[in-house]
Each structure stands twice: as structure tokens, then as C-alpha cells.
Design a protein around this ligand. Structure first.
Ligand code: ZN
Length: 309
């Protein structure tokens, strides 16, 4: 009797395990923000991993073979697009040879397609050879939680196409994500009330969706072209501009040139906020909501510190 019972239990467990692995949609994202959104939407029905670790600047990622292996197993690839990953993702896709995620297939998701307003679209020709890395407009749209909601809904649609059995669950989880953003919005808005009366100099245009969302005033960038080290002449000009303004602060990501950001803040005599560039870029920001919380609280602190250095 016991043997039969054990065999019966083992059979149930094996069925459950097989069922589990079959039901799991393998989702690979490029940046961590997209991974956190995909996890929220995928729940128990998806296995999600990001190619670019949180602390790494995704403009420049070495195309390691281990990343191509990850891609070779993916059912769905969610990438940022707008050329953010142009330096490394095409290489990896080439090596991965995975028909499920090839361009135009159901598993190929350019998340920028879900975004309604792309900022900083250049007019005229942009010469990438000059080092300009935002040729199709500003790619850092995940820093606006309202865009994260649009992405979550599109991810739910895609996951539902690939895994129709769990379609309703994906949709319900995307709605829960949207609700969480709506619930937190008044708190984020309140937190940044004081910062709204100040001016901001960015190191890189990384923060434009965040500042646009929160109606913060950006008066300049330390970089004169996105992605290339600023010229001394431009740095001097931005310092002079900052000195002429009342209540200006500096905002940089932890992967920007800290020495330059610090020098500009010091010579203007104002505060510098060093923010996590994406989810998980700094300790305690692994969750997307914790990440946005951190951006809001650090900018609020830097705004409050202006004039108190
Ligand atoms: Zn950028």
C-alpha cells in the first residue's frame, strides 16, 4: 500500500513539475526596468531575466557569450529599442540564432512601440559617428511610471498571445501594476513639490522622462552630446550658467563621470544627486517601485539641500 501511495505521489509531483516547466514562459529583457515590469505581469507564469545587470550602463555592454545563451532559450525578448542596445543586442541575437525572438516574430517585443510620447527626437540628420547615441530620440522612457504602465499592458498582450491559457492572468496583473502606480502617484507628486520650484542641470539626458513626468525644470546638460565626455569649454559654460541661476541642482547617474559631476556641483556651490540609472543600479532599488521612490526622495533631498552646502 505504502509503495503504491509513494508511486502515486511521485507521479503527481512529476506531472506538476512537467506542467510547471511547460507553463513557464521564458522572458528575457535587456534592462532591469523591463525585467521588473515583466515579472509583475508574468507572475508565476513566467521566468524573467535581464541581460544588463542593474549597476551597468546599458548604452555600453560587452556582448558576452553567456548572454547569447540566455537569448537562445527565450520565448519572448523585451528590449528598450530607440537604439539604446544597438551596440550589443544585434550581435547577441546573431549568436543566439533563436527563431522565436527573431525580428518580426511574436517573441520580438520592442517596448518603445508601446510609448505614446518619445522625447528629444532630433531634427535633421544625426551622425552616430560623432558619438551621438540618441539618434531616434531619448530612449530612457522607463523612468516615467506612466510609460511603465503602457509597457505592462503591451507585455500582458504579448504574453497572452504566446501563452493563451494564462491570458486573463497576465491582463489582471498588468491592471494591478497600473493600480499600484496610480496609488503611489499622489505621494510622488507631493514629495517633489519643492523640487519643482528649482532648476536642474543633468549630467546626461537620462532623466528627461522623469523630469518631464514630474514637471521639473531642466536648464542644461553637462554632456554636450549624449554619450561622449563633455568638452572643458562646455563644462565651463554650464558652470557659469548654473552660477547665474537661483536654486539649481545637479543630477547624475552612478555610472556617469562622478569627478566631472562633482566638480560642476562644487564650482557652482550646490547639491548633487547621484541617482540609480535603472532598477537595481543602487542597493535597495531592485523593485521598480522602490527605484522610482529612490529617484523621488533623492531629488527631493537635493532640492532641500540647495543653499545649505
Ligand atoms: Zn542615454
Amino acid at each position: 500500500m505504502n509503495i503504491i501511495r509513494t508511486m502515486f505521489m511521485a507521479a503527481i509531483m512529476m506531472t506538476a513539475m512537467a506542467g510547471h516547466s511547460l507553463a513557464d514562459l521564458k522572458v528575457v529583457t535587456t534592462i532591469t526596468d523591463l525585467a521588473r515590469i515583466a515579472e509583475a505581469v508574468g507572475g508565476d507564469d513566467a521566468q524573467v531575466s535581464a541581460l544588463c545587470p542593474g549597476p551597468r550602463d546599458p548604452h555600453f555592454l560587452p556582448a558576452k557569450p553567456s548572454l547569447a545563451r540566455k537569448l537562445s532559450k527565450a520565448d519572448l525578448l523585451c528590449y528598450n529599442g530607440l537604439e539604446l542596445e544597438i551596440g550589443w543586442l544585434p550581435l547577441l541575437l546573431n549568436k543566439a540564432r533563436n527563431p522565436r525572438i527573431k525580428a518580426g516574430s511574436q517573441g520580438d517585443m520592442d517596448c518603445s512601440g508601446a510609448i505614446q510620447t518619445i522625447l528629444d527626437i532630433p531634427d535633421g540628420n544625426v551622425d552616430r559617428a560623432m558619438g551621438d547615441i540618441h539618434a531616434q530620440g531619448n530612449p530612457h522612457y522607463t523612468l516615467n511610471p506612466e510609460n511603465a504602465v503602457l509597457i505592462a499592458r503591451e507585455m500582458a498582450f504579448r504574453m497572452g498571445q504566446l501563452d493563451p491559457e494564462n491570458k486573463a492572468d497576465y491582463k489582471a496583473r498588468a491592471s494591478a501594476f497600473a493600480e499600484e502606480v496610480a496609488n503611489r502617484l499622489p505621494g510622488w507628486n507631493d514629495q517633489l513639490a519643492e523640487a519643482r520650484s528649482k532648476s536642474i542641470i543633468l549630467y546626461h539626458s537620462h532623466w528627461n522622462y522623469f523630469t518631464h513626468w514630474q514637471q521639473l525644470k531642466v536648464v542644461g546638460e553637462i554632456e554636450n552630446r549624449p554619450g561622449i565626455s563633455p568638452s572643458p569649454r562646455h563644462v565651463q559654460a554650464i558652470i557659469e550658467k548654473g552660477r547665474d541661476l537661483d536654486g539649481v541642482m545637479i543630477v547624475a547617474a552612478q555610472w556617469d563621470h562622478q569627478d566631472v559631476a562633482e566638480e560642476v556641483a562644487e564650482r557652482i556651490g550646490t547639491s548633487l544627486a547621484v541617482l540609480p540609472g535603472y532598477s537595481g543600479a543602487q542597493k535597495g532599488t531592485d523593485n521598480y517601485f522602490d527605484f522610482i521612490d529612490r529617484l523621488c526622495s533623492n531629488v527631493a533631498e537635493a532640492a532641500a539641500a540647495i543653499g545649505k552646502e
